[in-house]
Design a protein around this ligand. Structure first.
Ligand SMILES: *[C@@H]1O[C@H](CO)[C@@H](O)[C@H](O)[C@H]1NC(C)=O
Ligand SMILES: *[C@@H]1O[C@H](CO)[C@@H](O)[C@H](O)[C@H]1NC(C)=O
Ligand SMILES: *[C@@H]1O[C@H](CO)[C@@H](O)[C@H](O)[C@H]1NC(C)=O
Ligand SMILES: *[C@@H]1O[C@H](CO)[C@@H](O)[C@H](O)[C@H]1NC(C)=O
Ligand SMILES: *[C@@H]1O[C@H](CO)[C@@H](O)[C@H](O)[C@H]1NC(C)=O
Ligand SMILES: *[C@@H]1O[C@H](CO)[C@@H](O)[C@H](O)[C@H]1NC(C)=O
Ligand SMILES: *[C@@H]1O[C@H](CO)[C@@H](O)[C@H](O)[C@H]1NC(C)=O
Length: 474
């Protein structure tokens, strides 16, 4: 291994990675319609000295609302790490349920993402590290609390929080901290336990490996496991570097060890993303993809390859399922730090969202790696002048001690690598756990689709009836 795996692994983002944005964002199909509004929030909710404010965006659709109903439900998506429009387009379940419940739909954009930047174009300017000081979960939840209070306008309207992934974590924490503002929360694929000391750091890669192992045949993970050595061997010579760059049509050919490391980190992230969006139908959330993309990738790796050259070409065909499904990608750009959203999540991993990743199980298809907090923390300081607090989230939200939580649904697909950090056992009978054995990353939040496995349909029906009960009891 070259350099620090700790830092590389922590760069895995809960939903949207650089990898995703390079190939995915532009391709998202627009389906749902809404008004885009802005809401003024204090820059710092926790200071009585500063009056500074900025605007966050939110999406608004009241077409389903029954104007005669004095108790109109509000469905509130607690926005996560990305442009809020992407989440609105990929959370079809909320739209389907809003029609039934005649709810007002709101999708709130997380501060520091999309167009909700407190310092405009200089928000992430490295020469102004103090601009990152207001980028916390707590400030964000306060934004949402103020927005909900404004939307309710003193009326007794039941609010239900929805979120997927990091957005699901926010939805769950919102209900825990502001039970007077939301009647309940649907936290889909929310890894609130993916924090130091309470979940094994190798769980994520273990699940990804098992998804690939079961996708086509066992040669898939054997090939991938061997490929790291192949890449290292080839990467050791000038001719080999060129061979890799040509096979993958890299925009920026590999020139040195640092380039090779970036390339390997990139494909490692692609495997994680593939497992996350291994949906039963074609989709374009993280990237335009065929149905069950992991199966497709493993189809190209179904034969065991002995020579480095053969394996290299099989790997290139396999990864193109993710990087070039449309066939319209001219060259593969694996460079990082390309947009604000990626910058955003990396900053959050450097203050509160410290999620350890490692790979040490013997049958893993990933490179062996350990979690090294010191290295990670040093890099955070170097990049952002931030010192991460690894136990901050556990201190504030309880870690595994969530017995006092009520009216939260935690749903998890067992094929989702994030389910390893999810809540799979109910802490009490006021919290519902919904398991989707064949589910990938928050599949239940998506539009219903004829290809949905029965467990997903069951999950949505259950979620709908629990949410209806919260609204009724409110
Ligand atoms: C709200 O959504 C409905 C249903 O998708 C759509 O018909 C309507 O045009 C949307 N309203 C706005 C203001 O975009
Ligand atoms: C905050 O607002 C108050 C009242 O409008 C004003 O008197 C005060 O100077 C402001 N403080 C700052 C730091 O801008
Ligand atoms: C960052 O801020 C500095 C100081 O104001 C400025 O000179 C520089 O151009 C900015 N960098 C970017 C990338 O905007
Ligand atoms: C899925 O495939 C169908 C038919 O090939 C196509 O019309 C549709 O646009 C695709 N959807 C996505 C999200 O790529
Ligand atoms: C793996 O590939 C070899 C050919 O290289 C093939 O003979 C074997 O059947 C494959 N293994 C499985 C489990 O399909
Ligand atoms: C993507 O696919 C097209 C069509 O097969 C091909 O011409 C192009 O080189 C591919 N791009 C990459 C990056 O491999
Ligand atoms: C991998 O490392 C983690 C954390 O250091 C540890 O909890 C786990 O038992 C290790 N697993 C194996 C198979 O060594």
């Amino acid at each position: 291994m070259i350099g620090s795996i700790g830092a590389a692994a922590a760069a895995i983002c809960v939903v949207l990675c650089t990898v995703a944005f390079q190939v995915g964002a532009g391709a998202a199909e627009v389906k749902f319609k809404y008004e885009i509004k802005e809401f003024q929030v204090p820059l710092d909710h926790f200071s009585f000295l500063s009056n500074a404010t900025f605007n966050i965006r939110y999406l608004y659709n009241d077409s389903f609302v029954d104007k005669k109903n004095a108790h109109t439900p509000i469905f509130f998506y607690t926005g996560n790490e990305g442009d809020i429009e992407l989440f609105a387009q990929n959370t079809g379940f909320m739209w389907e349920l809003a029609e039934k419940q005649r709810a007002l739909l709101i999708f709130a954009e997380h501060r520091y993402y999309g167009k909700s930047l407190p310092f405009g174009a200089s928000t992430f300017n490295a020469s102004m590290p103090d601009h990152l000081a207001y980028f916390t979960v707590e400030q964000t939840l306060e934004d949402y609390a103020m927005l909900i209070t404004f939307l309710r306008n003193d009326l007794p309207l039941p609010v239900v929080a929805f979120g997927g992934s990091y957005g699901g974590m926010l939805a769950a924490w919102f209900r825990m901290k502001y039970p007077h503002l939301v009647a309940g929360a649907l936290a889909a694929s929310a890894p609130i336990l993916q924090f130091p000391g309470i979940t094994d750091c190798d769980i994520f890669y273990r699940i990804v490996t098992s998804v690939f192992q079961n996708a086509y045949n066992s040669n898939c993970t054997t090939n991938i496991g061997r490929s790291w050595k192949t890449f290292e061997t080839l990467g050791g010579t000038e001719a080999g570097k060129k061979q890799i760059s040509d096979a993958f049509n890299l925009c920026h050919p590999i020139k040195n060890d640092a380039d090779l490391k970036n390339f390997l980190d990139y494909i490692e992230e692609v495997y994680g993303n593939l497992a996350m969006v291994n949906y039963p139908y074609n989709s374009s959330f993280l990237a335009p993809l065929p149905p069950y993309p992991v199966r497709q990738v493993c189809f190209y790796l179904k034969d065991l390859h002995q020579s480095d050259a053969d394996l290299l070409h099989a790997m290139a065909s396999a990864l193109a399922v993710y990087t070039n499904y449309t066939g319209s990608v001219k060259c593969l750009d694996t460079s990082v730090n390309s947009n604000a959203d990626d910058s955003g999540w990396n900053v959050q991993t450097c203050n509160q969202m410290v999620m350890p990743f490692c790979s040490n199980s013997t049958d893993s298809m990933f490179r062996p790696s350990s979690w090294n907090f010191k290295e990670f923390s040093d890099k955070c300081y170097k990049d952002y002048r931030l010192t991460p607090k690894p136990y901050d989230i556990i201190l504030r939200y309880g870690g595994r001690n969530i017995e006092t939580a009520t009216n939260i649904i935690f749903s998890n697909g067992l094929l989702d690598p994030w389910s390893g950090g999810g809540v799979l056992q109910a802490p009490n009978n006021k919290v519902d756990i919904i398991i989707l054995p064949e589910g990938a990353h928050h599949l239940d939040l998506r539009n219903s689709n004829p290809a949905d496995p029965p467990s997903v349909r069951d999950a949505r029906n259950k979620e709908a009836s629990i949410i209806a009960r919260w609204i009724h009891e409110f």
